[in-house]
Write a protein that binds this ligand. Structure first.
Ligand SMILES: Nc1nc2c(c(=O)[nH]1)N[C@H]1C(S)=C(S)[C@@H](COP(=O)(O)O)O[C@H]1N2
Ligand SMILES: [Mo]
Length: 202
């Protein structure tokens, strides 16, 4: 049955999606829409770094070369955009946020992902750990295309895809929850697709 094979056959990498559509979503199939609130920044990898700062004992920073030499994971996940498309079995590779966050000492409970171009999005820190979020720089075996967030983006697929910040350059950790770009404009603070948390108040 398609339902079974979707979860267990096909590409390499651990599949962490459910193969099911959250309420109100449709399957976009082979398409991969591009949703960007502004122009696509193009940061050369020589100029790229990733920083974890804010309420940390000491900030952590990786150059592109350092980031690329960290232990990597292949993941296959389903993604769900708040504009109602979902895409099954997307295959990415990158570095688990468990690996990156192990480098800092913090008692913060929230994170804001900060991107080139000024986009931000907030997430509880606990949603970024335990194998649920990655900084990915490859999609379907190729370097991540700029329009989809390359050189590297956040991938946090258990929340609506606006939380997966493209062109990400760092995380700012805090003990208080600070709304990001779309959250300030009325999107839900948390954004669980299974509870259909699209807008504030949902
Ligand atoms: N920096 C940045 N990240 C972003 C966005 C954006 O506009 N800027 N859009 C978000 C939204 S609403 C979605 S649905 C996904 C879209 O990713 P895609 O263009 O690769 O499909 O990126 C998210 N991350
Ligand atoms: Mo979106």
């Amino acid at each position: 049955m398609a339902f079974v094979s979707r979860g267990f056959l096909g590409r390499s990498g651990t599949h962490r999606g459910t193969g099911e559509l959250p309420p109100g979503q449709y399957d976009v199939g082979d398409g991969f829409p591009v949703l960007s609130a502004g122009p696509t920044p193009r940061t050369a990898t020589e100029d790229w770094d990733f920083t974890i700062d804010g309420e940390v004992a000491e900030r952590a920073r990786w150059t592109w070369q350092e980031f690329r030499s960290l232990p990597r994971e292949d993941v296959v996940v389903d993604i769900h955009c708040v504009t109602k498309w979902s895409k099954f079995r997307t295959a990415w590779s990158g570095v688990s946020l468990d690996t990156l966050l192990a480098a800092v000492d913090t008692s913060a409970e929230y994170a804001v992902a900060v991107s080139d171009g000024g986009y931000t999005t907030n997430l509880p820190l606990e949603d970024l750990v335990d194998g649920r979020a990655w900084i990915v720089d490859r999609y379907e075996g190729e370097p991540l295309a700029a329009e989809h967030g390359g050189p590297a983006r956040l991938l946090c697929p258990h929340l609506y895809f606006w939380k997966s910040a493209k062109w990400v350059r760092g995380l700012r950790l805090s003990s208080t929850d600070e709304p990001g770009f779309w959250e300030t404009l009325g999107y839900h603070d948390y954004g669980d697709p299974w509870r259909e948390q699209r807008y504030a108040g949902d």
